[in-house]
Structure formats: structure tokens, C-alpha cells
Design a protein around this ligand. Structure first.
Ligand code: 3PY
Length: 251
């Protein structure tokens, strides 16, 4: 399958859905719907490596990119998520170019990086049946880092320039909190920061992604040049669908 970074380079906006239910049935249903990508959240959702693996297996028959957000920029989490077969990772709460370089190193084998080799036992290598994985890793992986703090904004040019950082993703909720506007991503200071970040990412020649606050917000982000946009969450869909269904019958 084409690496996510190569799909991004093709220039067509890619729409995704956030998966926070940590459930392989809902993952399969959402993959079947035809999103370009699904984001399996290991940072905030109640996921374990086992639940992530089940969701990855459930969505494998569908032409979507399965992206996993690691809990933090931790080499062990990065190694384990890659070993179970994710080829696209989102690294949250990353504040500096040094942390970005460390995340890249955690995802690559020596001598470039520090990732341990589980060649015969990793699902990523087909349990050893796909040794080309070791050689072709660079072309298969897509590493996305999140820009969601004042510190990251201040170091954004250096973060975007890191070799091995394939794309940058803006998290409006955490960015709002970091800028002193908790719960208010629409605040003009937050919106100005998002515009600034998008411009700096574009100047570095890297694709930018963002969490859309609504379908309308997501559409606006496409027009602004964002390459990949989350347009909702599995929880949001179920919440809205359940309320709409109940409201459709008279008691
Ligand atoms: C944020 O908005 O802060 C995110 O990380 C996306 O959920």
C-alpha cells in the first residue's frame, strides 16, 4: 500500500475520523464508510497495544490509512506500535526539534536510530516473512508530529525542518489550553497561531494536518491548504446518531 506521506504528496485533501471508542467493530464500520484515514488514539482513548492491534486487523481489508497516536513521544511506545504493524504514527505533545529528532530516531533502526529489532516476531515484518521491511522502512513509514503548545509554535521552523518528520498536525484543543484559552479554540489568538503554524509548515515544504472542529471548519481548512483533516470522531457520530434516533419517535 502507498505510504501515507506519498498519498499526502499527491495533493488531494485527505479526510479522516478520530477513533476513540477503542473498539474493533466500530473501527471496521468506520473503515467501511470510506474515510481516507482513521486515527486510533493511544493518548486519550482507553487503548492498549492489544486493542490497537485488533482495530488494525479489523481495518486491514479496507483502503484506508490506519494512523496511531502514541501516548507520548516515548521510544518504547513508538517501537511497540510500529512492531504491531502501524506504518503511520502521530506523536503528541512534542515541544522542540530535539524531541522531534528523538522521535525519528525511535522509529528507525541503527545506525540511523535506536529502534530494537524484532525481525522474527514483529507483525510489521510478517513475523519474519517480510525481511524487506527492515530495508525499506524509510519509504514505508510516515511520522507526523503534533503542534499543540506555545513551545512548539516557537520552535516550529526547526521542528518542520527535521529530516524524518513527514508532516505536522495541529491540535487546536491543546494549543488553546497552552495559549491560555482552555476550551476556546475559536479565540482569535488561537486562530492566528493556527494560521502562523500553517504558513511556517508550508514554508518548510511539509504537509499540514488539523483536527476539524466541525464539517464546516474542516471544509474551510481544506480551502486554506491543509492536506489532511479530521472531520469528526466515532464517539461524536454515535452520540449524535443516538440522540437523533431517540428524538425521531414520539413517546
Ligand atoms: C487537540 O485538538 O489538541 C488534539 O490533539 C486533537 O485531538
Amino acid at each position: 500500500m502507498t505510504a501515507f506521506k506519498d498519498r499526502l504528496a499527491a495533493g488531494k485533501p485527505l479526510f479522516g475520523l478520530w477513533q476513540a471508542l477503542a473498539n474493533n467493530y466500530t473501527a471496521e464500520i468506520c473503515a467501511r464508510a470510506g474515510f481516507d484515514w482513521l486515527m486510533f488514539d493511544g493518548e486519550h482513548a482507553p487503548n492498549t497495544a492489544q486493542t490497537l492491534l485488533a482495530q488494525l486487523q479489523a481495518t486491514a481489508p479496507f483502503p484506508i490509512d490506519a494512523i496511531a497516536r502514541v501516548p507520548l513521544a516515548d521510544p518504547v511506545a513508538i517501537k511497540q506500535y510500529l512492531d504491531i504493524g502501524f506504518t503511520t504514527l502521530l506523536i503528541p505533545m512534542l515541544d522542540s526539534a530535539q524531541q522531534a529528532r528523538d522521535a525519528v530516531a525511535a522509529s528507525r533502526y541503527p545506525p540511523v536510530g535506536i529502534r530494537g529489532v524484532a525481525s522474527a516476531t514483529a507483525r510489521a515484518t510478517g513475523f519474519g516473512a517480510d525481511p524487506a521491511y527492515l530495508r525499506e522502512l524509510d519509504s514505508r513509514l510516515t511520522l507526523i508530529v503534533q503542534i499543540e503548545s506555545r513551545a512548539a509554535l516557537e520552535d516550529i521552523d526547526a521542528i518542520a525542518a527535521v529530516d524524518g518528520v513527514d508532516a505536522l498536525f495541529i491540535g487546536p484543543a491543546d494549543l488553546s489550553a497552552s495559549l491560555g484559552h482552555l476550551g476556546n479554540p475559536g479565540h482569535p489568538e488561537v486562530q492566528a497561531a493556527i494560521t502562523h503554524a500553517r504558513e511556517r509548515i508550508a514554508a518548510a515544504g511539509k504537509p499540514a494536518g488539523i483536527f476539524g472542529l466541525s464539517p464546516e471548519d474542516a471544509q474551510r481548512r481544506v480551502e486554506e491548504g491543509f492536506a489532511f483533516i479530521s472531520i469528526g470522531t466515532d464517539i461524536g457520530l454515535l452520540t449524535k446518531g443516538a440522540a437523533t434516533l431517540l428524538a425521531s419517535v414520539a413517546r
